[in-house]
Every structure is written in structure tokens, then in C-alpha cells.
Design a protein around this ligand. Structure first.
Ligand code: GRF
Length: 210
């Protein structure tokens, strides 16, 4: 049996997606380990979650770097130190540069709280409510040089209800995020993803998606 794959998680906030992934790993559903968590926000609850699970956690303050590129070079160094093969962005509120992208080709994932390509960028739930869509959801995708534009791995839809607020819609979407993000990670770990142009083909036969 090969070694569990090392995942590096970048998070700026609560870290509930980090938690969902750690829980699936600890339940034995994903043959991987979170080798490190890195944040650019010293108050991120993601740091606390990492500590509770004995995961090395680091605060890298972007304000101490002269450019995005220099910050990303520091991220790459830290991720490499921990033998990371998959980078998981989980509410990481930074635009990343080719320095990080090129260090981990087709090995950086993000989750976005809308059905891309609808409502990219910030406040996706607010955008969905303002537009008046009846269905929204979440998208796990590989990261490319654009904002929320990379090849889509898994999506899940939720209804938008007449009395939804940003918070109620976000909470319904988050529930689905916690299901599909660990599943996308599992597929990557099992070599169950093949990228053909913009399309991600799921080749894993035991996919638990439903
Ligand atoms: C999620 O809504 C995710 O879609 C977005 O950032 C949020 C992160 O939440 N990219 P959490 O920190 O994982 O709880």
C-alpha cells in the first residue's frame, strides 16, 4: 500500500470545509492526511481546528511580503516542506499567482458557493438572491489563472426559497459543500479524475456521489 497523499489546506476563516475533509479522512474514507494548514489571518478558526486534530498550522502574514508573488513563493516553500501533493483552498481570501499555480499544476482545488460559471467572485449568495435565480449551489473546481474559472470537478444544486436571506441560502449551500468537497478530494486521491481540455472526467467507479 502506498503512503497516504499529503494535502495542504489554505484557509482564511472558519474552516468548516477543512473540518469536513478532516472528518472524512479520520473516518477512513479518504486515504490522505492534511499535512499542513496555512492561513493569512491570525484569527482564523481554521487554525484552532487544525490544532485540535494535531495538524501543523501556520499563520503567514501577507502584509509582510512586498508582492503577491513573494507571498506565494513562501506558500510554495511551506507546502513543499510538508510534502504536499494536493492544495485545497477552503475559504482562502487571496488571489493566487502563477508562482503557486505552476508549482502545483492541476493540483489546486477551490470551492465556490454558486453554480459556476454563474456568480463568480465575492458574495456569490448575495449575487444569486439579487439575480432572482430559483436554484443555486456550489462548485468544486481546479484552480487556474482566472477567478473561479477552472475546470469543474463536482457541483451540487440547492433550491433558492422565497424567504431566503444570504445566511439561510449560505447555510443550505454549505451543507452541500461539506459533502462534495471531501468527495472531490477523495476522487483526486484515488486518481479518479482525468482532465480533458476544460472537462473533468470522473473515472472512479466507486464514486459515492448521489
Ligand atoms: C465557503 O462558503 C466556500 O464556498 C467559500 O468560502 C467559504 C469557506 O467557508 N470559498 P469555511 O471557512 O470552509 O467554513
Amino acid at each position: 500500500m502506498s503512503e497516504p497523499l499529503n494535502i495542504g489546506v489554505l484557509a482564511s476563516g472558519n474552516g468548516s470545509n477543512l473540518q469536513a475533509i478532516v472528518d472524512r479522512i479520520e473516518a477512513g474514507a479518504i486515504r490522505a492526511q492534511v499535512a499542513c494548514v496555512i492561513t493569512n489571518n491570525s484569527d482564523a478558526f481554521a487554525l484552532e481546528r487544525a490544532k485540535r486534530h494535531g495538524i501543523p498550522a501556520f499563520f503567514l502574514d501577507h502584509r509582510l511580503f512586498a508582492s503577491r508573488e513573494e507571498y506565494d513563493a513562501a506558500l510554495v516553500e511551506k507546502l513543499r516542506e510538508h510534502g504536499v501533493r494536493l492544495v485545497v483552498l477552503a475559504g482562502f481570501m487571496r488571489i493566487i499567482t502563477p508562482i503557486l499555480l505552476n508549482a502545483f499544476p492541476l493540483s489546486i482545488m477551490n470551492i465556490h458557493p454558486a453554480l459556476l460559471p454563474a456568480f463568480p467572485g465575492l458574495h456569490a449568495q448575495r449575487q444569486a438572491l439579487q439575480y432572482g435565480v430559483k436554484v443555486s449551489g456550489c462548485t468544486v473546481h481546479f484552480v487556474d489563472e482566472g477567478t473561479d474559472t477552472g475546470p469543474i470537478i463536482i457541483q451540487a444544486a440547492v433550491p433558492v426559497l422565497d424567504d431566503d436571506t444570504e445566511e439561510t441560502l449560505a447555510s443550505r449551500i454549505r451543507h452541500e459543500e461539506h459533502r462534495i468537497y471531501p468527495e472531490a478530494v477523495r476522487l483526486f486521491v484515488e486518481n479518479g479524475l482525468r482532465v480533458v481540455g476544460r472537462r473533468v472526467i470522473i473515472t472512479d467507479m466507486v464514486s459515492t456521489r448521489s
